[in-house]
Write a protein that binds this ligand. Sequence first.
Ligand code: HEM
Ligand SMILES: *[C@@H]1O[C@H](CO)[C@@H](O)[C@H](O)[C@H]1NC(C)=O
Ligand SMILES: *[C@@H]1O[C@H](CO)[C@@H](O)[C@H](O)[C@H]1NC(C)=O
Ligand SMILES: CC(=O)N[C@H]1CO[C@H](CO)[C@@H](O)[C@@H]1O
Length: 327
Amino acid sequence: MNSPSLFFPIFLFLHLTLSHAQLRVNYYQNTCPDVESIVSSAVKQKFQQTFVTAPATLRLFFHDCFVRGCDASVMLASWNNTAEKDNPDNLSLAGDGFDTVIKAKAAVDSVPKCRNKVSCADILAMATRDVIALTGSPSYAVELGRLDGRISTKRSVRHHLPSPDRKLDILKAMFASHGLTLTDMIALSGAHTIGFSHCNRFSRRIYNFKSKSKIDPTLNPPYARRLGQMCPEKVDPRMAIDMDPATPRTFDNVYYRNLQQGKGLFTSDQTLFTDARSRTAVNIFASNKTAFEEAFVAAITKLGRIGVRRGKQGEIRHDCAAVNKII
Ligand code: HEM
Ligand SMILES: *[C@@H]1O[C@H](CO)[C@@H](O)[C@H](O)[C@H]1NC(C)=O
Ligand SMILES: *[C@@H]1O[C@H](CO)[C@@H](O)[C@H](O)[C@H]1NC(C)=O
Ligand SMILES: CC(=O)N[C@H]1CO[C@H](CO)[C@@H](O)[C@@H]1O
């Protein structure tokens, strides 16, 4: 027998298993072939009820992936308020993001063939792609095959989510720890082109009594005044404002044009323009929407690969808010 012809196919098989075992497009081709259209119509219906569906879902995906990987751990509820979503940062995780995934999961599970075949983590990844398309950016192919995690703790959120007061070095290091480059980070920050922020997340930039200038000098002065009008010093903590003052409901590259004008809402946004290391990319994304969209899709695809669970590391949750009971 001729050994090369025997070994070659085995080698090829191993290679395919190792390099493609993680995630792939059309993962549910046999188990639930219509999953993408089922999810997208459920998401569309939810979006027609409220715009918040879009930013809430997108942010939920980011938070899920940065804490314990993209395993829908952010969706688990705990009876004693010790889950990821019980972290103080949850004030901003609008309930509509959770609701979007729960509704899409119910739609998927109403199809007998699909029942309990599609993970909550994958539904969140598909819903994220769908809300981006619904708010004006092109759609893209989503890699699938994530399993849902069984652990969610409030404590694990600390040190994993970036703070809006941070500057480039720390942000860059946080993203790098998940295998994301500076360009990925600049592109993903473009998600702040839609959605809302509570006033307390940036009020230090306009009411800083420790600093002589009081107002962050990197802020555009008329924009700073407008922020002050919308967010008085003694503000209702539930009060939230648009993060993109120009086109708050469109997923576009105006976020980067805002940065060029000193209208980045957070220090973590504005630093991308004030720091020379990231300014070039900001300028490119500001002037070339295609360049932004391509970079964003590449980066969110990488984001979706963080900490993916396979085999015994996870399960396909029946209820996105609770781990499966072991019978
Ligand atoms: C670079 C570091 C980042 C920081 C410091 C940051 C911080 C924040 C903060 C403080 C808010 C406001 C929350 C509130 O008060 O309601 C927010 C909102 C939001 N963030 Fe980020 N974020 C970052 C990156 C990202 C990424 C990578 C994405 C997604 C790809 C994202 C998506 C969003 C969305 C869509 C909202 C609006 C949420 C809503 O309207 O419900 N952010 N972010
Ligand atoms: C909260 O509940 C979880 C799961 O039942 C348990 O592991 C954890 O120890 C509890 N934490 C506290 C502080 O009671
Ligand atoms: C915009 O970016 C795309 C994608 O990177 C590139 O192919 C195109 O040439 C750029 N357009 C201009 C005018 O620079
Ligand atoms: C909606 C929700 O889960 N809110 C919780 C957010 O976190 C604070 C502080 O940890 C809790 O008190 C809220 O109940």
